[in-house]
Design a protein around this ligand. Structure first.
Ligand code: UDP
Ligand code: MG
Length: 318
């Protein structure tokens, strides 16, 4: 039987945790009854440095019910790092791990199908949203544009897949080999390889509390995704430079010919225009290159991606 770990990052989720853990507990029992998972399976909640009662709730839950485990990070490190911390703790204890969000927007009934696929021999099972009906038009539009842009930049990414996925023991160990500090898990997972498949599900609305992903965090996340997986923006800068250089050579040639035929040019507008335009393009390109250098700087420091404060986990069969 499969030892399954569910890993759930939680940041200020006191409003959703009681209901979430009740629903997950039910799901856990039904999987246990149908003998799909072993009793050594666990639900691992990662407290990402919450400022509310998230950790006391997790601790109390663990005390009453050994099916639940907890990991407390020393401070808020963001969704991806919190998830990675949970996966790191789960590594070595389980046959398969499923990551999902604390608000249960991802339909937990897809867990059954994910585990089935795993038992059929798939090592990576992506949860893919079959529709975005519950999203605002804005989120739908921006998400669609983002996936399109990523693909244009040559990044392999599974459409409409967030961080709801199953990883086998081997796939999990492979994922943990990736040492990057600018974490964009949904870009890394396809790089692992192994046999993979997709399980579609309907995404619900958050049933309580509010999104912990404001627009600013979302944009930063998207930016991380692009710069961690594609150097095409830098190539575009090179191409732009080459084009402008070529253009200016042609322009110079034209001016020389005009001069030979004795036509003097007024040219103030063109002059000013080109100064400003070229200056702008140069700054933009420096900025793009600077973004990459900044990331190289961050990566070379190899700072820890998370620091664990406490772990609550009973490994013996509860
Ligand atoms: N989350 C986290 N750390 C953060 C922000 C979010 O662990 O700094 C968790 C959050 O508790 C939730 C998941 O990441 O379990 C997804 O966040 P949310 O549901 O707010 O994002 P949305 O669904 O709105 O994109
Ligand atoms: Mg959510």
């Amino acid at each position: 039987m499969t030892i399954l770990y569910l890993v759930i990052p939680c940041y200020n989720e006191e409003e959703v945790l009681p209901e979430t853990t009740r629903r997950l507990g039910e799901k856990f029992d039904s999987l246990l009854q149908s003998q799909m998972i072993s009793p050594e399976s666990r639900i691992l909640l990662v407290d990402d440095g919450s400022r509310d009662h998230t950790w006391p709730i997790i601790e109390a839950l663990h005390r009453q019910d050994p099916r639940f485990g907890g990991v407390k990070l020393s401070r808020n490190k963001g969704h991806q790092n919190a998830l990675l911390a949970g996966l790191t703790v789960a590594n070595g204890h389980c046959d398969a791990v499923i990551s999902l969000d604390a608000d249960l927007q991802d339909d937990i009934n897809a867990i059954d199908r994910m585990v089935e696929r795993f038992q059929e021999g798939y090592e990576v099972v992506y949860g893919v949203r079959s529709s975005r009906a519950t999203d605002t038009a804005f989120k739908r539009g921006t998400a669609g544009a983002f996936y399109k842009l990523m693909r244009m930049l040559g990044v392999e990414i599974v459409d409409n897949h967030a961080d709801y996925r199953l990883l086998s023991k081997r796939a999990l160990a492979a994922l943990l080999e990736f040492q990057e500090v600018n974490l964009f898990l949904r870009g890394i997972v396809p790089l692992i390889g192994f046999r993979s498949t997709v399980v579609p599900y309907e995404r619900a609305e958050r049933f309580a509390g509010e999104s912990k992903y404001p627009l600013k965090k979302m944009l930063l996340f998207a930016f991380d995704g692009i710069t961690s997986f594609s150097i095409r923006p830098i190539r575009l800068v090179t191409l732009l430079g080459a084009l402008i250089f070529g253009g200016s050579l042609l322009g110079l040639f034209a001016l020389l010919i005009q001069k030979l035929f004795g036509q003097t040019v007024q040219g103030w507008t063109t002059l000013m225009g080109s100064i400003w335009m070229l200056g702008g393009i140069q700054l933009l390109c420096l900025g793009i290159i600077g973004e990459y250098i900044g990331r190289i700087y961050q990566e070379t420091k190899h700072r820890p991606r998370f620091i664990i404060d406490q772990i609550r986990l009973d490994e013996t069969n509860g």
